[in-house]
Each structure stands twice: as C-alpha cells, then as structure tokens.
Design a binder for this molecule. Sequence first.
Ligand code: GLU
Length: 447
Amino acid sequence: MEHTQKVVTRFAPSPTGNLHSGAYRTAIFSYLYARKHGGTFVLRIEDTDKERSKKEYEENILESLEWLGLEYDVFVRQSDNIARHQAVLEQLIADGHAYVSKEEAKDGSGVIKEIIRFKNPNVDVTFHDEIKGNVTMNTTDLGDFVIAKNIREPLFHLAVVVDDFDAGITHVVRGEDHVSNTPRQILIQRAIGAPTPVYAHLPLVLGLDKQKLSKRKGALAVTEYRDLGYLPEALLNMVAMVGWNPGTEQELFSKEALIDSFDLTKVQKSPAVFNPEKLVWFNREYIKQLSSEQFWQHAMPFVPDAYRSTSMIKKIESIIKDRIEKFSDIVTLFSEGEFDYFFIEPTIDNHMLVWKALKEDPEGLEKTKDYVQHVLNLIEPIDESAWHYEGIKQVVIDYAEQEGKGNVLWPLRVTLSGKEKSPDPFELASILGKEITLRRVQKVIQG
Ligand code: GLU
C-alpha cells in the first residue's frame, strides 16, 4: 500500500514486567516498519495501572530497546496525559457518546458506584489490517462498554485511542491478543473525530511445543539474553523472523538489511514459533563475524580472574569460539577444566596415553614412548618461525602415516592436553609454543 502520509508507528508496552518475547517481537516489527518508510517510531509507556506498573520495569524496557538498537523518536508516558484523557471523557459525555451509570458494585457489598459507559451505536465496524486484510466485526454484543471507572479515571481503551490520535499514529502494530479491542477503540475514535489507523495484528508467539510461551518455559527477557552473553544482532535477527520471512533463503540480516526487506504484508497469519535453538545458531553466526577485539570485549568478563591477564588467554580465541553458543558458556567451560591444560601442566595418565590398538600389547607403553621420542626428534629442530600449525604438521605427518596415525598422534595429543578430548596435537603444539611443547613431551618420555 502506498502511503501519502508520513508513517508513524508506536510500541506501547505496559511496565508490568521485564520485556518478554511477544512484546519485543512487537517492538521490532513496529520499529522496522517505521524505519522502512522513513517514518516516526513512538515509544509510549502505558503506566496508568498504578498497582501493576513499576519504575524498574520501565527501566528494563528502555534498556532492552537500547541494547537491541531500537531507537525511538518520541517518548511518551501515558500517565502524563491523564488531564487530556479526562477532558476527552467529559466531551464524550457532553456530546452524548458516553454517560454516567450508577451501578451496584460487583463484590456484593451493595455499594452504588458511578461508572462511565460508552453509548454503543451497535454497528458493523470494518478496519484494514495489513496482515489479516479487511476485518469486519459486529459490535452489538459489546453492549455499552465501560470506558472509565469514574470521571477522573479513564480506562485503557479511551487512553489508547486518545494517545494514538494525539501522536498521529498511522499504523498500529500490536499483538493478536488485541484484535478484540479494536472494534471498541474504533467506535471511540469515531466519537471523538479521530481517524482510524491501519492495523497490523501480529500472530501469537508460541514455544516449540506449540504452547503459549511463559516465563518458566520458552523465551527469556531481552536483558536475560544480554546477561547470558547473546549478541543483540543475533536476537534482533532471530526475533524479526518469528512470523516473518522475506520469501528467500537468506537468514542473516543486519538491522539495515531487515529495514530494507521488512514487509508487514508478508507476516504470517498463523501463530509463529520461537525456537531457542535457532537463536543459538544466529548467535554463533554473529560471534564468527566479530573481530578479535570485539570478541574479547564480550568474552573477557566471563573469563575467570586468574586467567584474564595471562599471555595464553588470547591465543585460545578460536578454541573458545568453536565451543561456545553464548559468552556465558565460557564460565562453564573454565569451571569444568576444559581449558586448564593451556595454563597448567597436565598430569598424564599412562593408560590414556596408549592408543587403543596397543592397549592389549604388554609393550604398548614402551612402544608409545618410542613414538613420542621419535616425534621429539622431529620437532626439536623446528625453527621458532616455523612453529605453527602447518609447520609442525609438515614435519610429523609422514612419520605418523607410516607408523599409524593413532599410534603417533593420539599419545602426542594426550601428552599436550592430558585429556581424551581436545583439539588436534598440531593445534595444541602451535598454541602452547615450542618451549612448553618440548617440556611436556620430554616429561612423558622420562615419566
Ligand atoms: N499496553 C498494551 C500492552 O502492553 C498495548 C496496547 C496497544 O498496543 O494498543 O499489551
């Protein structure tokens, strides 16, 4: 659809919890649509529910949007507009669109309260939804719905309509759960002379089990992903594809590329699935793209203090990079001793040292030590300048192939790492350096 009017979208979260997946997906889609059309993105904190709204949640929302790179052009707090909501309410009553109704409180106390009801014209309401197409709903069943608790306390629907009107919102991008609110809000728009924006009700976000996501199960808050060491580019990219795809095979999209390709009309109608495994895939892809300097900016805070300023830590960048899904995995890997042998001389178990084909051989250990001795003879003369993966491999590989790779390379690897599982011996030797490698090899021969 061509827009003659400047696009203005908004994200209108209630600060009643940390920013969760359904909500940040809405924020991302609303943001992308505004940017795509050179429009304005409004952030409106809907904090009129005094009991449930908390400052810390508002802060969490702001922090989350900033971390994801969703900058807004206008900031509004709904509670700052209360006088305006009250004025509109009075006008609605004066114009006969709403009335004060004296009703018995529902708690059975017999107390009579004055609430404000909207005078429903009982018509069919049709609105355009970029995702659902034209939607027509009959409003008769809604009756004269409540729009304010009393003359001073307008409720949700009225506040949303007035704030959208005042901010000149052209496109309301929000979750599917709001569809049933739309006819009420359109009736209020008509009564106050506000234009009806274009809607885009986004499909529900479900977990892999096709159940609704909950705090316990499924997606985490943005700030939890941040604290676990996910990259914002990865979360943004992954969530942008929860319910949308560009119709091509391309999966990796920078923010700019998302803005370029995003299209509300390509958003699916059926519920969308949030797959945490997919987030891991994206995160690993974005970690691969980091420069060494960027990698360490993210990784270093998770490295145990004792290892941070060693000369070894930066040498194991690619080893760490290969093994993590998110930066906090570094803590686990270190605590499990996964990288210890780079920093501390390992203790070698002679039984482990012997390749499986030689384990039954009574002279297996002797033979193994002979192989290691031979490797020592081969690598000792290597010049420091040739002490790198290919340089070491080139010197050892023919001998290993001649004697059997397992017989020769297995004990060399165990000698250098002390472990059943570790990177291959050439990589280990090149990272450890000539001096440490020779020392460990000599020790095994003598031990
Ligand atoms: N404040 C509402 C919520 O958090 C959103 C209202 C709207 O988008 O119209 O769900």
